[in-house]
Write a protein that binds this ligand. Structure first.
Ligand code: C6P
Length: 405
C-alpha cells in the first residue's frame, strides 16, 4: 500500500472501537467519513477559545471568529481552485446547495417549458429540488439514460439538448455505482450550446483533485461530512458572474445591505446567499479537514483507494453468486453488490453482527434502482484509512452469511 495504514488509523479515534465485541470494520464512507482528531479538536478549540457571532460584533472575539470563518472560505477556494472567495457559498451541505441553486436559478433564469437535463444516476438531492421547481416554475426535466456498464455517454446528453435547455445538472461520481462521469466532456458540450453545468461533487472532492477552473464548471456542490469534516456544513461554488444574476434564497440577517419595510437591498457575494448566523465552527473545522487531506495528499489518497478498490473487486468476485452492480472502467472506491437471491437488508443485518458496517437499500437513488430493475443493493465504500485486511473480513463475512442461507 502507498500509505502507512497503522499511522493513519491512529488519527481517527472511532476506527479503533469495537461493536458487539468485534473490531469495527467501517465501510460506509460514501454515507459519511470518520473524523480525524485534528478536526474534532478544532471544533472544541472554536467553542472554547473564539466563540462569538460573526460579521456583527466589533469586539475582539467576534473579529477572531469572523476571521476564522473567512479563512475557511479561502481554504475551500484554494482546495477547489476557485477564482475568488466570493464564489464560495457556505450551506448546510450538498442537499441545501442544490435546493438553493434550483430555487434561485429556476425563478430567475427559466420560463415555463424550459428544460433542465439530469441523469438516471442522480441522488435524490439532485432530482427532487428540480421537481419542486417544476411545480412552481413549470420547468421540465429531461433524463440521460444509462449504459449497461452504468455509465453516462456524452452523446446521450447531446441528444437531449434543445433550444429550451437551461442547465445540465449531474453527479461527478455515482454514490451507488461508483462511476466517474466524463464531466469535463459534458461541461465542454454544454458550453458549446451556451448551457451552464452543475456538478454534484459530493462523492468526488474527497477522492481526487477537483479544479473548478480547469473543469470550467459553472456550479459545483459538496458536503463537509463526506470529506472528513463536520456535519451540517457544505459548499456551493458558482462562477461570480452567474451567482450575481441569481436572487437571494433565504431572507434574514447578514444577507442584506439595507432594510426598510418598503424595500430591502441585498448584500454582495457571498453573503447574499448566507442568511442568518453561519456555521462558523463548522466552516473552521472544514478548513481543518481540508488541511488534513492536503497533508496526506489527494494523489496518495487516490492511489491508495484505487488499490483498495482493485483488491476488493477481485476478492468479492471470488465469492459464488456475487454480482457487482456498476462495472465502469472509471470507478471510485464504491462497490454495490448483490449475492445470489439474498436480500440486501438481511445480508446487511448479519454483516453488522460481525462488526461490519455497509449500507443497504436504494441509497437515495430510486430512479437508478428502477432503471436497473432492482430494489436495492449492499454497498461497501472505502476511504484511504481502510485496509485489505478489512476487505478480507468483509469477504469472509459475506461467505459466512451465504452459507447460512
Ligand atoms: N449520499 C450516501 O450514502 P448530503 O446529505 O446533503 O450531505 O448529500 C446528499 C448527496 C448528494 N449527492 C450525492 C452524489 C450523494 O452521494 C449524497 C449523499 C449519501 O450515498 C447519503 S444518502
Amino acid at each position: 500500500m502507498y500509505l502507512n495504514e497503522e499511522n493513519i488509523r491512529k488519527d481517527f479515534p472511532l476506527l479503533s472501537r469495537e461493536v458487539y465485541g468485534k473490531p469495527l470494520v467501517y465501510l460506509d464512507n460514501a454515507a459519511t467519513t470518520q473524523k480525524p482528531l485534528c478536526v474534532i479538536r478544532k471544533m472544541e478549540e472554536v467553542y472554547s477559545t473564539i466563540n462569538a457571532n460573526i460579521h456583527r460584533g466589533v469586539h475582539y472575539l467576534s473579529r477572531q471568529a469572523t476571521e476564522s470563518h473567512e479563512n475557511a472560505r479561502r481554504t475551500v477556494q484554494r482546495y477547489i481552485n476557485a477564482a475568488s472567495p466570493e464564489e464560495i457559498i457556505f450551506t448546510r451541505g450538498t442537499t441545501e446547495s442544490i435546493n438553493l441553486l434550483a430555487a434561485t436559478f429556476c425563478r430567475s433564469q427559466c420560463k415555463p417549458g424550459d428544460e433542465i437535463i439530469l441523469t438516471t444516476m442522480e441522488h435524490h438531492a439532485n432530482i427532487i429540488p428540480w421537481q419542486i421547481q417544476r411545480e412552481i416554475t413549470g420547468v421540465e426535466l429531461k433524463v440521460v439514460p444509462l449504459t449497461k456498464e452504468g455509465e453516462i455517454r456524452t452523446e446521450d446528453v447531446e441528444e437531449l439538448i434543445s433550444s429550451r435547455t437551461r442547465l445540465i445538472a449531474l453527479t461527478h461520481v455515482s454514490n451507488v455505482l461508483g462511476t466517474i462521469n466524463p464531466v469535463d466532456e459534458i461541461i465542454r458540450l454544454g458550453h458549446n450550446y451556451n448551457i451552464p453545468v452543475l456538478i454534484d461533487a459530493a462523492q468526488s472532492v474527497q477522492h481526487f483533485p477537483v479544479d473548478v477552473q480547469a473543469l470550467d464548471c459553472d456550479f459545483l456542490v459538496f458536503s463537509s461530512h463526506k470529506m472528513y469534516g463536520p456535519t451540517g456544513i457544505g459548499v456551493l461554488y458558482g462562477k461570480k458572474n452567474l451567482l450575481e444574476k441569481l436572487p437571494p434564497y433565504q431572507g434574514g440577517g447578514e444577507m442584506i445591505a439595507h432594510v426598510t419595510f418598503e424595500k430591502t437591498t441585498f448584500n454582495e457575494l457571498p453573503f447574499k446567499f448566507e442568511a442568518g448566523t453561519p456555521d462558523y465552527a463548522g466552516s473552521t473545522a472544514l478548513g481543518e479537514a481540508i488541511r488534513y487531506i492536503e497533508s496526506i495528499g489527494l494523489d496518495n489518497i487516490r492511489r491508495q483507494e484505487e488499490q483498495l478498490l482493485r483488491y476488493a473487486t477481485e476478492r468479492l468476485l471470488s465469492i459464488p453468486g456475487m454480482k457487482i452492480i456498476g462495472t465502469s472502467q472509471h470507478k471510485s472506491s464504491v462497490i454495490s453488490f448483490l449475492v445470489g437471491s439474498i436480500h440486501p437488508y438481511d445480508m446487511g443485518l448479519l454483516l453488522d453482527r460481525f462488526g461490519i458496517a455497509v449500507r443497504t437499500g436504494h441509497h437515495c437513488a430510486q430512479p437508478l434502482m428502477n432503471a436497473l430493475g432492482i430494489e436495492g443493493t449492499l454497498r461497501a465504500s472505502f476511504a484511504f484509512y481502510n485496509t485489505e485486511k478489512e476487505i478480507d473480513t468483509l469477504a469472509e463475512g459475506i461467505e459466512r452469511v451465504t452459507k447460512m442461507f
